[in-house]
Design a protein around this ligand. Structure first.
Ligand SMILES: [Zn+2]
Length: 684
């Protein structure tokens, strides 16, 4: 068995396999134990386990069934089931714990591959993850697929909250635990949203793209949102991948030609693409529904569905004329899609319910091409000129083309296959509510029709962010431009306020005063001031040199142990894409550290007992460092600044998910206040 050299030092909970001289496997498991609130290390072999250190009273191998019932019924034992993990002889399930009654909470493992119960309250689950990393020949490949914005207007805070900040938080965490993350997206440069805008302004579609794509790149830079590639659908690679996808669907029998009637603007003398037809939504009665989708109720539409249709060009009532197109045999996927959706576990209920509802109503064949020049041309010429592949089907294929472009740029043109063809790879699609049909149904159906590619692991779509009760919308002009916020808030402060308001399960209202309040009353008061207090007291009492700890009290020990629990909890929440709960849990660590500091009052003991003061500050510095790690997916810029000032991180680009050590005798670097209080001008 080959073992990967573990990233060091490992934190939270680790299970580290090594190979001894006789080439048999020795596993050392470090597990955070919810009972002892401490880390325990065990050496595991095929049939035995030895406690190396920590104060767990026992470690026992148990039968898997017995293990489950132990955990559930007895309420005194945490169970780790390693029975299906590869690479360790025997793969023994084992249980740790001691006879202290506590409540144990079980929930299904995230995703569909593993539905066995695992405890949530301790690091055991994190231990499983590390175990996988350490035993796999390579770490888990994680595709973080992010919605492609139309390059036709500026983004606002609703977009950032809905689709762009969440994947960055998730990706940063998965990188921190050692996964191979590939986070991609790009500007959607095709389709009628671009041509509509170009027509309005008397510009070419390319002029519009040339303005907004670079603007998007500055947003990512300003907000520290780190894509591995943010490209466009206008690349040669994208065209090649889309055309090959088309040919694959054709070969597999999922595309056919047919003649249909489509709206034609007689005054303009042209067929009307979906977005050039507007009218009343047949579903909700909204008067300004577009031919492709109703912005009010989210239902995807065909232009012929609209009541009282009108041409966006001339305002006249369009007429139906026949035109030949390729059609996608989507109806063929009804049963397969329903079975797949119903087997999903851990998905957000609003995503799954919406998707299952749509498929239960029945999937119908959809036109695959459009009468539009601006787009990816068909790879076959039997329909004649003037046709392109429908922008929605083509844009989602960006999730496949962007990794290929990334791989080409790495000089390893086949590297993308690790994320797309390896069945152990995971893929997460970060999109807004209006994109659920395209990512939970249509894109998976395209993947099924293609074959040989991974279906989504999860589609953690967000609900809407509203501003003062109104839905933010590029097209409706609600919500300030992002640049307004970037002029007034530090990037991490903005990230903080958005993360605390993510619309994960419900529409969430956000306003400028609430953002400022969160920054001032939560971020500055709880976290920024804590860091400043501890660093400045270390300066005042110990000349800025980390003191050496002396006899640790029970309170010190408990505070130190809480670091591991916090990191395990935050990690588990982020992994389940419960990002809002994750940042709340990370901030709880900062609150706990404040309580520890107030209880131990080093500014008082400094008058009588410098050894005690030094120990307290040493503990507080450890708490700050681990809290900075827990906050690092959310606040990457300031977390790194804190860790650097404490000498607790090197210059490696990824902050490891572990409780770092702030070593005694380290001279702290100067650290300016992390966040400034914000005062908004009420006139603006
Ligand atoms: Zn509607």
């Amino acid at each position: 068995m080959s073992t990967r050299k573990p990233a060091e030092p490992l934190g939270v909970a680790e299970i580290r396999p090594t190979v001894d001289a006789h080439a048999s496997t020795v596993v050392v498991a470090q597990v955070f134990c919810a009972f002892t609130e401490n880390a325990c290390r065990f050496q595991l072999s095929e049939n035995d386990a030895t406690v190396l250190d920590g104060d767990c009273e026992f470690v026992a191998f148990v039968d898997v069934k017995e293990a489950s019932s132990l955990g559930r019924d007895n309420d005194t034992t945490e169970v780790i089931d390693l029975s299906d993990d590869e690479g360790v002889q025997g793969n023994p399930p084992f249980a740790i714990g001691r006879g202290v009654p506590t409540s144990t909470c079980y929930r299904p493992h995230h995703g569909s591959r593993d539905d066995r119960p695992v405890p949530t309250k301790c690091g055991v689950w994190a231990g499983r993850r590390y175990y996988r990393h350490m035993t796999a020949e390579s770490p888990t490949k994680v595709l973080v697929a992010v919605a492609w914005p139309y390059a036709q207007g500026p983004l606002h805070l609703g977009h950032i909250a809905g689709a762009y900040l969440p994947p960055d938080i998730f990706a940063r965490y998965r990188r921190s635990i050692g996964d191979d993350v590939l986070m991609v997206s790009g500007s959607d440069v095709h389709g009628t949203p671009i041509t509509v805008k170009a027509d309005e302004l008397g510009l070419s579609p390319q002029d519009i793209v040339g303005k907004y794509h670079p603007e998007f790149l500055t947003y990512w830079e300003d907000l520290a949102i780190e894509f591995d590639l943010f490209t466009t659908t206008g690349t040669d690679t994208h065209r090649r991948v889309v055309q090959a996808f088309f040919m694959k669907l054709l070969e597999n029998g999922y595309l056919y030609t047919d003649t249909d009637e489509q709206y034609f603007d007689e005054q303009e003398g042209r067929f009307l693409p979906d977005r050039y037809v507007e009218g009343t939504c047949p579903n909700c009665g909204y008067g300004d529904a577009r031919g492709d989708q109703c912005d009010n109720c989210g239902k995807t539409l065909d232009p012929v569905d609209l009541i009282d249709p009108r041409s966006k060009f001339s305002g006249t009532t369009p007429v139906l004329r026949s035109t030949e197109h390729y059609y996608w045999k989507l109806s063929a996927f009804n049963d397969q899609m329903l079975a797949w959706l119903e087997s999903r576990e851990g998905w957000r209920p609003h995503v799954l319910n919406f998707a299952v509802g749509m498929v239960t109503e029945g999937l119908h064949d959809r036109a695959f091409t459009r009468d539009l020049e601006w787009g990816v041309p068909l790879p076959v010429d039997d329909l004649g000129p003037g046709k392109s592949i429908y922008v929605w089907w083509e844009a989602v294929m960006g999730y496949l083309s962007a990794p290929q472009e990334w791989a080409e740029k790495q000089g390893k043109p086949d590297a993308w296959r690790d994320w797309w063809e390896n069945p152990d790879a995971e893929s997460y699609y970060f999109v807004g509510k209006d994109n659920i049909p395209f990512h939970a149904i249509y894109w998976p159906a395209l993947i099924m029709g293609h074959g040989g590619l991974n279906l989504p692991t999860d589609v953690p779509a967000n609900q809407y962010v509203t501003f003062g009760g109104r839905k933010a919308s590029k097209s409706m002009g609600v919500g300030r431009p992002l640049s307004w916020y970037l002029d007034r808030f530090e990037p991490d402060a903005l990230r903080y306020a958005i993360a605390q308001s993510l619309p994960e399960t419900n529409d969430t209202d956000l306003d400028d005063d609430e953002i400022a309040r969160r920054v001032n009353e939560e971020l500055v008061a709880t976290w920024g001031n804590l860091v400043n207090r501890v660093v400045s007291m270390t300066g005042r009492y110990f000349d800025g040199v980390v003191p050496t700890p002396h006899d640790l009290s029970a309170e010190d020990d408990a505070a130190l142990a809480s670091r591991l629990r916090s990191l395990a909890d935050v990690g588990s929440l982020i992994n389940d894409v419960k990002l809002r709960a994750g940042i709340a849990r990370a901030m709880q660590s900062a609150q706990d550290a404040n309580i520890y500091l107030n209880d131990t009052a080093p500014w008082k003991t400094a008058k009588t007992d410098m050894a005690r003061t030094g120990t307290t500050l040493w503990v507080a510095l450890q708490l700050i460092a681990s809290t900075a790690v827990a906050l690092s997916p959310y606040l990457p810029i300031t977390s790194r600044a804190v860790l650097e000032a404490l000498g607790a991180v090197g210059d490696e680009p990824i902050i490891p998910w572990e409780a770092p050590t702030v070593a005694a005798d380290t001279t702290l670097s100067s650290l300016p206040p992390l966040f400034a209080k914000v005062e908004l001008d009420p006139e603006e």
